[in-house]
Design a binder for this molecule. Sequence first.
Ligand SMILES: C[S@@+](CC[C@H](N)C(=O)[O-])C[C@H]1O[C@@H](n2cnc3c(N)ncnc32)[C@H](O)[C@@H]1O
Length: 208
Amino acid sequence: MSDNIIALTSLFDRVKHKVQRFFGPWGVFFKGFLKHPVMVGSIIPSSSRTVQKMLGPVKWDECKLFVEYGPGVGTFCQPVLDKMRKDATLLVIDTNPDFIEFLRKHFRDSRFIAVHGSAADVNEIIREFGFDHADYVLSGLPFSTLPGDLGPKIASETAKAIRTGGAFLVYQFRARARDFMEPHFHRIDNGFEPWTILPCHLFWGWKS
Ligand SMILES: C[S@@+](CC[C@H](N)C(=O)[O-])C[C@H]1O[C@@H](n2cnc3c(N)ncnc32)[C@H](O)[C@@H]1O
């Protein structure tokens, strides 16, 4: 390789790292979207208004295991860790290995576990970490674009994973996620967050 090509390659790498650092988590998220548009389902992470509204009804003093599906670059993770008890666990599950690697580097909290896997295997995953049930499960999954019968399977596995009195917290651009929740949750509360790109539906499915 000539000296010019080597110099050009190293300049390109330096510019790439500077751009990645400048855009931070948003850049990682956008790259994830470009690689797997159907699985990621959005070009930017959720807004802080969505985060606060979604977490509003959680009873933190009764929560020992909080599970999140599809954390992406961790938009919900710090707010959940900030509210959680000192002896509680936040276990996040994502199918995208790049997001999991990013999260493991950025969240050094001993209460935080990031698993590369599918939400459909939530029961096996929580058991692997010594839990019988989750108190709350939060989902940012793009339910309406998930392949085949994955949506219904995730909803039924989640209902098995959540303890009585716990809840399934779901936010999505389309209201279709509610159809997946309906057979498994006795009460579903609805919300809507207009001040985010894109506006999204919020659901809280309670297991009584
Ligand atoms: C719309 S993004 C949500 C990102 C983030 N929670 C937020 O609010 O900004 C959807 C995420 O779901 C993940 N995902 C898709 N299918 C999944 C599955 N079966 N199990 C776990 N994660 C999945 C994607 O990799 C992506 O990180």
